[in-house]
Design a binder for this molecule. Structure first.
Ligand code: NAD
Length: 486
């Protein structure tokens, strides 16, 4: 796919300005067709070192840039996200297989993140505390961490990169972003261009596309003082271990296996509509996907019927060419993995109620009944468009099923009794609970994050951004000399 600027990322990486990259040039393949869209220059481990050194030299100056200038640059970037929307959304559709409404929503959410971040430099950054020593003043203030490494996944490449990049910059940090190579144009190169055009000084922001070895180089680099990682639990655990050994701050937003819980007094039409959205949006490739449908036994048949009817009305296809509900999965390997999990679960006794067929990278919206917790479709994060239905008979049993997963990202509970739903919400170990909705929810102004295997309890959004992307310093001041006993 050609745009005015793609000659840049064919040969260059962004190290505060476009520079020659020293990693391999890799093809950018459209998952819907297998066509070559472009080539992408990746970074080498030496490039990571170089970028970290540039960022280290630039960070103090950026941190002391007047707050209103920082805010203005981020507001400029927000405006550019809007004016370049067609280009960004086009790449998101072709590079990542997003249907256009998903790409548009993602960009709007990124825009809102930018506006929220642009307001951060104007917030109070400290407090004054009393002192037991006469004449002493205690200032406690938020200070930048230094250079923040952001490692992002391919499923919401723009939003999940920039929800860290914008607030980290706003709080005076330099940022090195490593997008996934499968989404490095919309989730990396275009963001570099936008921040450059917005007026960000050279050296403050870097984009180094690459695979796990580039991510590891970021994590291990001593000049990178924090890692903000969004991705799988397996990789998050490794990153957490390395950061722990280096006493480096790690914000880890990881996988999920999220429960949609339908109580016997639920509005079933609404619950089925929520369930179809939560399970099939973006082909189910969302950390908050509704991956376990835990349904009261008295209404399970009706719920399964309503959800299956919806699934059967959803079409898969190339989102760039046709109006479809589901685009391709990110790769054939991923589609084959979904197929394997579904087939193994059917072999173990699950009933196929809708979908279940794969064609290349495309997988149909699928509903399975009679699912038990020992089946892989229930116990694993599927990352595909599959809704497995399991039944329960008492609210206690529902709580046990929800808490039976190591993941703790998002749960939805459907009931006409808010009190009953809240009683369940208060007994479960998840970071986000939505009553009478589905599990895929993200509002930029509300702190977002998971518990257990879903994250390290860091939070994004709203007031959490200041704490996440700063550390603190106590400064005490005594105006006149004092005498200690010796
Ligand atoms: P992934 O963990 O394989 O990759 C994520 C990023 O980490 C990529 O940029 C990748 O190149 C990099 N990476 C891989 N190995 C690395 C290593 N050893 N060291 C450093 N970096 C490394 O995840 P994925 O398959 O791209 O994304 C899907 C996963 O992300 C799912 O588990 C999903 O639930 C999770 N996710 C979580 C959230 C959230 O907010 N909690 C949001 C989206 C996705």
């Amino acid at each position: 796919m050609n745009t005015a600027s793609n000659v840049v990322w064919n040969e260059h990486i962004f190290m505060g300005g476009w520079r020659t990259g020293h990693g391999a040039q890799v093809p950018v393949i459209e998952p819907a067709t297998g066509d070559l869209l472009s080539t992408l220059q990746t970074a080498s481990v030496e490039d990571v070192d170089h970028a970290a050194n540039i960022a280290q030299k630039t960070q103090q100056e950026w941190a002391t840039t007047p707050f209103d200038r920082k805010a203005e640059i981020i507001r400029n970037a927000a405006a550019l996200l809007k004016s370049r929307a067609e280009e960004i959304n086009g790449w998101n559709t072709r590079e990542c297989g997003s249907i256009p409404p998903k790409a548009q929503w993602e960009l709007q959410a990124t825009y809102e993140q930018a506006l929220m971040a642009a307001a951060l430099p104007m917030q109070p950054i400290g407090q004054i505390f009393p002192s037991s020593m006469p004449g002493r003043r205690n200032y406690w203030k938020r200070i930048p961490i230094g250079t923040v490494g952001v490692i992002a996944p391919w499923n919401f490449p723009v939003l999940l990169a920039m929800r860290s990049v914008f607030p980290a910059l706003a709080m005076g940090n330099c940022v090195i972003l490593k997008p996934d190579v499968k989404s490095a144009i919309c989730g990396g190169a275009l963001m570099a261009e936008i921040l450059r055009e917005a007026g960000l000084p050279e050296g403050v922001f870097h984009v180094l596309p690459g695979g796990p070895e580039i991510g590891e180089a970021l994590v291990k680099h001593p000049l990178i003082k924090m890692i903000s990682f969004t991705g799988s639990t397996a990789v998050g655990l490794k990153i957490g271990e390395t950061c722990g050994r280096m006493l480096k701050k790690a914000a880890l937003e990881l996988g999920g296996n999220n429960a949609m819980v339908i109580l016997d007094d639920a509005d079933l039409e609404s619950a089925a509509s929520c369930a179809a959205w939560g399970s099939f949006l973006h082909q189910g490739q969302i950390c908050m996907q509704s991956g376990r449908h835990i349904v009261h036994e008295s209404i399970a048949e009706k719920y399964a019927h309503l959800l299956s009817q919806r699934a059967k009305n959803l079409f898969c296809g190339n989102p760039w060419k046709e109006q479809v509900h589901l685009g391709p999965l990110i790769s054939e390997t991923q589609a084959q993995r979904v197929e394997r999990i579904v087939n193994r679960s059917i072999d173990m006794g699950a009933t196929l109620l809708a979908g279940g067929k794969r064609k290349g990278n495309f997988y149909e919206a699928t509903v399975l009944g009679n699912v038990t917790p020992d089946m892989p479709v229930y116990s694993e994060e599927i990352f595909g468009p599959v809704a497995p239905i399991t039944t329960f008979s008492t609210d206690d049993e529902a709580v046990t099923l929800i808490n039976g997963s190591d993941y703790g990202l998002s749960t939805a509970i459907h009931s006409r009794s808010t009190e009953r739903a809240l009683r369940i919400a208060n007994r479960i170990q998840v970071g986000m609970v939505h009553i009478n909705d589905q599990t895929v929810n993200n509002e930029f102004q509300v702190p977002f994050g998971g518990l257990g295997s879903s994250g390290s309890s860091g939070r994004f959004g709203g007031p959490a951004n200041i704490e996440e992307f700063t550390t603190s310093q106590w400064i005490s001041v005594i105006e006149q000399g004092i005498q200690y006993p010796f």
